[in-house]
Design a protein around this ligand. Structure first.
Ligand code: THU
Length: 132
């Protein structure tokens, strides 16, 4: 858990966020032990921006991964971690495409406190491919 959070902090340093100034890092662990990093990549047109969590998922899936065991996420204004940085709703939905309700999401604040949440807690009653 701490190792994965450390990787998320490393990913955060790569953030391209000239508009919001918010730097976010994500480290996604696959079931076969690989780690994929993601950061937020913003765009002058705003809409095309991509969150760190989706960057990590899309990178992993692009490289053939479909099964995941955990994700760690950190973020903060100007790259300074303050409070826990939970994933946005769109990223929760992307997680639900590949991960079940028990998928662990690790967060860390500036006091070194770690929160371990599940996708089911963050996105109850998820709309998934099992619905059709
Ligand atoms: N952001 C993420 O990377 N992940 C989230 O879950 C929430 C928001 C990014 C998007 C944007 O670059 C910046 O944080 C401010 O919203």
């Amino acid at each position: 858990m701490k190792d994965l959070l450390q990787k998320a902090k490393e990913a955060m340093t790569q953030s391209y966020s000239p508009y919001s100034g918010v730097k976010v890092g994500a480290a996604l662990l696959t079931k076969n032990g690989k780690i994929f990093l993601g950061t937020n990549v913003e765009n002058a047109a705003f809409g095309p921006s991509c969150c760190a969590e989706r960057s990590a998922f899309f990178s992993a899936v692009s490289q053939g991964e479909r099964e995941f065991s955990a994700i760690a996420i950190v973020g903060g204004k100007d790259g300074k971690i303050a409070d826990f940085f939970p994933p946005c709703g769109v990223c929760r939905q992307v997680m639900a495409e590949f991960c079940g309700a028990d998928f662990p999401i690790y967060l860390e604040n500036d006091r070194g406190e770690v929160k371990s949440l599940t996708l089911g807690e963050l996105l109850p009653h998820a709309f998934t491919k099992e619905k059709f």
